[in-house]
Design a binder for this molecule. Structure first.
Ligand code: SF4
Length: 307
């Protein structure tokens, strides 16, 4: 199946908010961090309060690389956005990423040439999956890797980076998220949809239109998952996000972040510190939760790393 350009009309919000945050804003929240708390409060604490480092994995690095190639692909003239052109971008983009993030180079042992070569081949394989579901020659994205934000409940800034936003001539919005992970999709689909609804809420509140389509592109499986939100759903989702932030604030006040084991533990970097795996969390930071307006790691360490 090849995805079509977005063309349908969308619902209109009665009461879009201003794009300029009011002075009452006192906290911010990204979809990744909100999803962390929903998934496991202790994971939220490790990432957003303790700010424990997480070394990128080969899978995350591959996601970063593929996201970078797909972003650069749209710099080319439409006719030049071919699988060959995308393939030609892989090695230069990897070189650029290693220069900007030297820790990525440590994913492979010194002198290991087979590992990096296979890594680049596997990234090219994911790009083949992309071309199986979309023809970028027919698309002119309005935004790529764009930071978007909005204020909800008058005091909570919600913000995040979307992979791509397509805007049809009639103004219809389509939010596109590339999924490159090799993990079972069902383990992450709810989290991915939560993230897309988050973006839909931001766009609705800032542009006054409900996105017509929220699209997940699973590159490994060469599959498209489309979701159509509506205004009522986003109103409910907004309440959910606000309630989630209130729960986070309560947990901070009580310094009480409990583990919630699930299948996602298999992808958690912090099992050694987790009571569910026999570990002990570090003492709660003396500085508390830090600046609530600085939503730590609101950008995944690298695009694609949060999959
Ligand atoms: S291992 Fe599982 S329960 Fe423990 S912090 Fe990580 S996600 Fe939470």
């Amino acid at each position: 199946m090849t995805a079509e350009p977005v063309t349908d009309a969308q619902e209109t919000c009665d009461n879009p908010s201003s794009a300029v945050p009011p002075p009452t804003v006192r906290a911010s929240l990204s979809p990744s961090r909100a999803a962390d708390f929903k998934t496991c409060p202790l994971l939220y604490r490790f990432r957003s309060i303790d700010r424990l480092p997480e070394r990128p994995t080969v899978e995350q690095a591959r996601g970063t690389l593929v996201h970078a190639v797909l972003e650069r692909l749209f710099d080319l003239p439409a006719a030049a956005r071919t699988p060959e052109s995308a393939g030609d971008l892989v090695a230069p983009q990897w070189d650029r990423l290693i220069t900007e993030q030297p820790e990525l180079a440590s994913l492979f042992a010194d002198g290991d040439t087979a590992g990096p070569a296979e890594f680049l081949r596997s990234a090219a394989g994911l790009l083949e999956g992309y071309f199986a579901v979309e023809d970028p020659r027919r698309l002119e994205p309005a935004e790529r890797e764009a930071l978007i934000s909005a204020v909800v409940d008058e005091e909570l800034l919600i913000r995040g980076y979307l992979d791509r936003l397509d805007v049809a001539p009639d103004g219809a919005l389509r939010v596109v998220d590339y999924k490159t992970g090799g993990a079972p999709r069902e383990a992450f689909e709810a989290r991915a949809l939560f993230q897309l609804k988050f973006y839909a809420l931001v766009l609705w509140r800032t542009r006054g239109v409900v996105p017509r389509v929220l699209r997940l592109l699973y590159l490994k499986d060469a599959e498209v998952c489309d979701y159509t939100p509506d205004a009522d759903e986003l109103v409910r989702f907004e309440r959910t996000v606000v309630a989630l932030w209130q729960a986070i604030e309560q947990a901070i006040a009580r310094q009480d972040f409990r583990p919630r084991p699930s299948r996602l533990c298999d992808w958690c970097s912090h099992q050694a510190l987790c009571p569910s795996f026999g570990g002990t969390p570090p003492p709660f930071p003396a500085s508390g939760a830090g600046d609530p307006l600085t939503d730590a790691r609101s950008r995944p360490v690298v695009p694609g790393a949060d999959e």
